[in-house]
Design a protein around this ligand. Sequence first.
Ligand SMILES: Cc1cc2nc3c(=O)[nH]c(=O)nc-3n(C[C@H](O)[C@H](O)[C@H](O)COP(=O)(O)OP(=O)(O)OC[C@H]3O[C@@H](n4cnc5c(N)ncnc54)[C@H](O)[C@@H]3O)c2cc1C
Length: 364
Amino acid sequence: MNERKIEIRENEPLAPLTTFEVGGPARYCVRIVCEEDAAAALSFAGEKGCETLILGGGSNVLISDEGFPGLVLLNRITGITVEESGGSVLVTAGGGENWQEFVDLCVARGWQGLECLAGIPGTVGASPIQNIGAYGQEASQAIAEVRCLEIATGEAVTFDAEECSFRYRESIFNTRHAGRYLVTSVTFRLLPGGAPVVKYRELAERLAGISLPTPADVRDAVIAIRAGKGVLVRTGFESFRSAGSFFKNPVLPRARFAEIEALLSEAGKAENWAWPLPGGDVKVSAAYLIQSAGFARGHYRGNVGISPHHTLILINRGGATAREIVEFAGEVRQRVLDRFGVALLPEARMIGFASPPFGCDREE
Ligand SMILES: Cc1cc2nc3c(=O)[nH]c(=O)nc-3n(C[C@H](O)[C@H](O)[C@H](O)COP(=O)(O)OP(=O)(O)OC[C@H]3O[C@@H](n4cnc5c(N)ncnc54)[C@H](O)[C@@H]3O)c2cc1C
């Protein structure tokens, strides 16, 4: 029997809770600050027989104009604990902790493992969902464990990194178990005094003057690069209403990649637009395909456009509806499909749509 009192609000506007600033209301909405709150909220959803949606920072979602017909749980579970383990530290953070502040804290303590992921908006609890990544690093490389509540039963379950089946922008939480769990905390294994990862060319160039960069040097360089691209949702920096990269970078079989490369070479080959993967496939830049299909940075129609700094970022220029964004994104996607035969898939989660846009195999 759960004794905690939670405040369920009705018809709560969701647009202000997202970085796109788009979307209709939630039928019900509740702010949860501990697992007991979450359990109480889940039993409320069970009683009402309504769907649930977990929202962290709302930085990777596009919510429909109709909104969400069920219960939205705003994850605000905080708290950080640290345990020494051999030469490393195990740092456990509540799922509602702010990701940027969490990375800054780890870097300030000299713990290596998350420095390239500085400046990504959102919450700790969302980091395993799409295995966030940037500048040659992915959250999965540091994640030791993910603690969850199963939404249907309210039971606690912990997954180790292997059980999460992490891949590029993928885990069990956005594939076979999508919508099944609420992540309440994540444990990261970090290395005190460890040498940071500097794989990404732009990052290496920026750090060229430093012989042995520290995690703090890398973090600062990442923040500077992100600031230049308008992808820092942080006070004092220019940013746009968006969900970050709207589409994923497609992963293509080598033969298909070679065909596209041949097509592109007609127009002069780009540098740094494709990255070979260990199994032989090639990850290619969706931004480059979009550009080559005729969409330049800053291109816009009405209230929706492409960021002036980054082709992969679709922006709400003010007053956009979800429908306008879906139509604009659909046009971009179609032109890439016509030109290169590649069907881009959205990275942002589509929520509350009657039929999932862009041939998504599922929606939340
Ligand atoms: C300007 C900008 C730049 C970005 N840059 C990057 C980048 O470099 N790399 C990158 O990988 N991403 C990037 N993103 C995307 C986004 O920041 C990340 O995906 C982030 O992890 C989303 O966190 P959130 O808390 O905002 O999740 P939300 O947007 O609230 O939710 C995203 C999805 O995760 C689910 N979810 C969230 N929290 C939980 C939880 N606790 N338990 C279960 N499910 C949950 C939601 O239901 C939803 O499906 C960027 C976004 C923006 C706006």
